[in-house]
Design a protein around this ligand. Structure first.
Ligand code: HEC
Length: 169
């Protein structure tokens, strides 16, 4: 009997859990539009910075294969320091960023810079294994942030819709 009550409760609960999930996806889309609401000069800065990050990341691959640790340390150091949220911002732009972007964006950004600093440190110490580790953690952080804040730029990162998921089986 207890099991029966448990099952009934579960069947009542499940739809509300699915609903909650849909709601949180909806909330994320709202966050994305926070980036779209930034003023055009701030967005230009962000775009430029992102492209610089991408070419920095790509340049690390051949440097790693060639054992050019100093080059990696220099690139990682630039990524750690040069990011748009850290410099080049006027006071009002900084205020704009903090008003329009949620704390989770700032946190993802902070985490990325922490990893870049660790990569710089590992490269200075010529530790290939750690360089590889922090590089791949940084690599992972790109789509992790884009999934939440840049699906307008990268629509392939949008969560698959329920009917698409079914058609894959
Ligand atoms: C803290 C969040 C965050 C992290 C971390 C992040 N990005 Fe982005 N990225 C964004 C946002 C937001 C946009 C969209 C900007 C816009 O629409 O104006 C973007 C856009 C881009 C673009 C497109 C730029 C353009 O306008 O042409 C590239 C390329 C890019 N990111 C590369 C990277 C790479 C490579 C990494 C990792 C090394 C990375 N990003 C990490 C938030 C992030």
């Amino acid at each position: 009997m207890k099991l029966f009550i448990y099952l009934v409760c579960l069947s009542l609960l499940l739809p509300t859990m699915v609903y909650a999930e849909n709601k949180s996806q909806h909330a994320e889309h709202k966050i994305t539009s926070g980036v779209e609401a930034l003023s055009s000069d701030l967005r230009d800065l962000l775009s430029r910075e992102m492209r610089a990050l991408e070419s920095g990341m790509m340049s690390i691959i051949p440097a790693f294969h060639a054992g050019e640790w100093d080059k990696i340390a220099a690139t990682a150091g630039k990524m750690k320091n040069s990011y748009v949220l850290k410099q080049k911002l006027s006071e009002s732009q900084a205020r704009e960023l903090h008003t329009l972007l949620p704390p989770s964006f700032i946190e993802k950004d902070r985490q990325f810079h922490y990893l870049a600093g660790m990569l710089e440190h590992a490269a200075k110490n010529r530790k290939a294994e750690l360089i590889n580790f922090y590089f791949s953690e940084m690599n992972r952080s790109c789509p992790a942030c884009h999934t939440l804040f840049a699906t307008h730029k990268f629509p392939a990162l949008l969560p698959a819709k329920a009917d698409e998921q079914h058609s894959q089986h």
